[in-house]
Design a protein around this ligand. Structure first.
Ligand SMILES: [Zn+2]
Length: 329
């Protein structure tokens, strides 16, 4: 019996070490500037709280669009009505065709006061931070990589549970408008949500596509950011990556877990965020875009649950084989 247990341990070790983290070296040296990104975060907060349908959100949207355009990108507004409120997703492309293999997303609305919370106030982190990183990326991405990327800023993400509203309405609408062809042409959707806290910690979100997540966490490790991109699992979040996953598109959510104490409070202010945190996330995504432009990867759709079941199946299949072999001795 001792031999059987040794055999089982060996099989388990082989299964675990065969997890698909490749140790590819990063070749592109990132130039992402965290201070510039932090300015974009403050610029949004200067408009005040920015819930769906508000004048503040319109002003912020105009500023965001003008900034992308000043870097040479094309901006279109995707209008939709939800619960009688006019909502607008912002779609940013390098040229007019929409076949970019990478979609980078963030929500740009903030949470209004709810029945049991005061909303997110200025929403520096919750809303502001993801947009800030994407604006700076749009400025610094090498020109030859830009047509690989479509940037989408979602409206109406954060009003769930208020007056009959659901969460993530902007991304639900955006994905509902994609053709089957377009869905199939997206190789990776990367969502940035709450990536600006001073004490930024990004464990792996559980519903995200593992192969895509592995690639991003590997880049973070190569850049020395493994104390921010933590190699352990946090929770499962209903976020703007979900409609993409539901449509069969590989997607990953970069989101702080547990949520910082400023989350959905009036303390979600710029002083709780830092240029350093934005820079860490920006560098990782910059390198990801450059590498994916060089070699477009087909990220297999899977989840941690499937991997776990896979490991159990391997062990279960190995037991009778090992047992027979031991019996023969
Ligand atoms: Zn929120």
């Amino acid at each position: 019996m001792k031999g059987l247990w040794t055999g089982l341990v060996v099989v388990l070790l082989i299964t675990l070490t065969a997890s698909p983290i490749s140790m590819q070296q990063v070749s592109h040296i990132p130039i992402f500037n965290g201070s510039d990104a932090y300015e974009y975060l403050v610029d949004q907060c200067d408009f005040g709280p920015r819930p769906p349908g508000s004048d503040n959100l319109s002003l912020s949207r105009a500023m965001i669009a003008e900034t992308f355009q000043s870097f040479g990108w094309n901006v279109t507004f995707q209008n939709f009505t939800y619960n009688d409120v006019e909502c607008v997703n912002i779609i940013v492309r390098w040229n007019s065709q929409n076949n970019s293999p990478i979609v980078l997303g963030a929500h740009y609305d903030t949470r209004p006061p709810g029945p049991s919370d005061p909303g997110s106030g200025l929403g520096a982190n919750d809303g502001g931070s993801g947009v800030a990183v994407l604006l700076e990326l749009a400025d610094i991405l090498p020109e030859e990589t830009r047509s690989s990327v479509e940037i989408v800023l979602f409206d109406a993400e954060d009003s769930g549970g208020i007056s009959g509203w659901g969460w993530i309405q902007g991304s639900i609408y955006y994905v509902s408008q994609l053709s089957a062809e377009r869905k199939a042409s997206i190789h990776a959707m990367v969502l940035l949500d709450m990536v600006g806290d001073i004490n930024l910690e990004l464990p792996r979100e559980r519903t995200s596509t593992t192969s895509l997540q592995n690639t991003i966490w590997n880049i973070a490790d190569q850049l020395g950011h493994n104390d921010t991109f933590i190699d352990s699992y946090g929770g499962s979040i209903t976020d703007d990556h979900k409609p993409f996953l539901d449509a069969g598109v590989p997607a990953v959510d970069l989101i702080q877990m547990p949520f910082p104490s400023s989350w959905h409070t009036l303390e979600d202010t710029p002083d709780r965020c830092s240029a350093e945190s934005l820079e860490i996330v920006g560098e990782v995504i910059e390198v990801f875009v450059v590498e994916e432009t060089d070699t477009i990867t087909d990220f297999p759709l899977d989840t941690p649950t499937l991997l776990f079941i896979g490991a159990i199946v391997v062990v279960a299949l190995a037991i009778p084989v090992l047992y027979t072999q031991l019996k023969r001795k």
